[in-house]
Design a protein around this ligand. Structure first.
Ligand SMILES: Cc1cc2nc3c(=O)[nH]c(=O)nc-3n(C[C@H](O)[C@H](O)[C@H](O)COP(=O)(O)OP(=O)(O)OC[C@H]3O[C@@H](n4cnc5c(N)ncnc54)[C@H](O)[C@@H]3O)c2cc1C
Length: 454
């Protein structure tokens, strides 16, 4: 008989926690998982899933315009926010049910409530205490809003998924992917949209060409982007918000959304008292085995603030659980993680940006193509696609692939396999294209635009 109530106690039933719990249970481990808010976590409830549904919804405004050039007449299409919200809520309920079913079927005990860590082998939820051999913290992250006057009237991405009405005008503050995606969503749904960012370019960390190109395309669609603009206070009068910039300009809107970063979700866990090592922003420090400085306590996903993406959290969960409970340990390779921004148009990216590649190597070739996608030569919409490859001359290896254009996320997922397999430019060149597609451009770009001799 084991001395513990459970072998593994998981805190947080989001992307990472659910995967870890059910895979561990599949290995015959006795698992409990505590969740205090919603099954499926951020991704299912206030992240990837509802966000992508909103992106689809918002794209129709352009599709209706394009449709007329293809011979369709859709007279006065109207959008109903309440219908979209009801459909979105229904879908999320369905997904929550699936998550519940997965846990149930794999024999995981689901405990409803906020958990905290009492000691290295004890978790409490409400009045109950559970002993466990190992504890896994997968509590994700939470939007952080700066401490400025009027902060109580500011919405975060969480509230955007629960709005009862669409505003007429919105001010979005931030330059990361959540701000950029919501700017596209709101604009597409007919909301007058201003995106305001303190930096000089959107999407820090992405390839510089992508950063410039996406701002240009968003502006062409009618999104007002203000760079080098910092908000110092927000005033609310009735339903109107006035954001005052550091230059004392006033920006009026009916809703202010801040997408200015997220903080690891550790507030009620009691980790400081226990002496768990944390980074300055509260992120839990872990070693390569996802273990904290207290050997029986593990952490993964957003709460460790490393690569805050759903597929990374689930991959980490698999690696941890297989490492602990199976004969076939797996490892997460953090190089070449592909990612997409569901901006309009989409961004897809994998591997090194041009700047990163040039910092590492002196012999870099850049292949780049900017063109009007076939659909838009016909639709009359002024939207361009950009594709870029970063190649090392001496090895011919493709180090990075970047794209702004329709379905960039779908296209780059395939490119990521090629990059991970170490494909050379010659392999791309000898691959037969699929015609007529935008993606075929990646196998037909022949001339580097910029040669730096090695
Ligand atoms: C608007 C938005 C859009 C996004 N879009 C994408 C995207 O397109 N693609 C992508 O890959 N990623 C996206 N992400 C990021 C993605 O959602 C996260 O990386 C992912 O959810 C992290 O998983 P996790 O398991 O670490 O945490 P989470 O999924 O956040 O799960 C943590 C869970 O722990 C629970 N919890 C917290 N504290 C306690 C406690 N004390 N006791 C019990 N339960 C607790 C929470 O309620 C939550 O359910 C997006 C995020 C946001 C906010």
């Amino acid at each position: 008989m084991t001395q513990y109530d459970y072998d593994l106690f998981v805190i947080g039933a989001g992307s990472g926690g659910v995967r870890a719990a059910r895979v561990a249970a599949g290995h015959g481990v006795r698992v409990a998982i505590a969740e205090n808010r919603y099954l499926g976590g951020t991704c299912v409830n206030v992240g990837c899933v509802p966000k992508k549904l909103f992106v689809y919804a918002s794209h129709f405004s352009e599709d209706f315009i394009a449709a007329s050039e293809f011979g369709w007449s859709a007279k006065n299409p109207e959008f109903q926010w309440s219908h979209l919200m009801a459909q979105k809520n229904k879908e999320i309920e369905r997904l929550q049910g699936i998550y519940g079913g997965l846990l149930d079927n794999s024999g995981v005990t689901l405990i409803d409530g906020a958990a905290s860590v009492v000691d290295a082998h004890t978790v409490s939820v409400g009045e109950q205490q559970f002993s466990c051999e190992r504890i896994l913290i997968a509590t994700g992250s939470w939007p952080s809003i700066p401490d400025i006057p009027g902060k109580e009237s500011i919405a975060s991405s969480n509230e955007m998924f629960a709005l009862s009405d669409l505003p007429k005008r919105i001010l979005i503050v931030g330059g990361g992917y959540i701000a950029v995606e919501f700017a596209g969503i709101m604009h597409g749904l007919g909301v007058e949209t201003t995106l305001c960012y303190r930096g000089e370019k959107l999407l820090r960390g992405f390839d510089e060409d992508i950063r410039g190109f996406i701002a240009q395309e968003m502006r062409k669609k009618g999104i007002n982007i203000l760079f080098k603009t910092n908000i110092k206070s927000i005033k609310q009068q009735n339903n109107c918000f006035t954001a005052v910039t550091e230059q004392n300009d006033e920006l009026e809107s009916d809703l202010v959304l801040y997408a200015t970063g997220r903080t690891p979700n550790i507030s009620s866990l009691g980790l400081e008292a226990l002496g768990v090592s944390l980074k300055s922003n509260g992120a839990i420090k872990i070693n390569q085995q996802y273990q904290t400085n207290i050997p029986s306590i593990y952490a993964l996903g957003d709460v460790t603030d490393r690569f805050t993406l759903t597929p990374v959290a689930t991959a980490e969960a698999m690696a941890l659980v297989n490492g602990l409970y199976s004969e076939l340990p797996t490892e997460v390779d953090y190089d070449n993680i592909p990612t997409a921004v569901f901006s309009q148009p989409n961004i897809g990216t994998v591997g090194l940006s041009e700047t990163e590649a040039r910092n590492r190597h002196t012999d870099i070739d850049i292949y780049k193509s900017v063109f009007t996608p076939m659909k838009h030569t016909f639709s009359g919409l002024d939207e361009k696609t950009m594709m870029k490859m970063v190649v090392r001359q001496s090895t011919d290896q493709v180090l990075g692939i970047h794209m702004v254009g329709p379905d960039a996320g779908e296209i780059i997922q395939g490119m990521a396999v090629a990059i991970r397999a170490g494909a050379t430019k010659a392999v791309f060149d000898s691959t037969i294209g699929i015609h007529p597609t935008a993606a075929e451009e990646f196998v037909t770009m022949r001339k580097p635009i910029d040669m730096i001799p090695s």
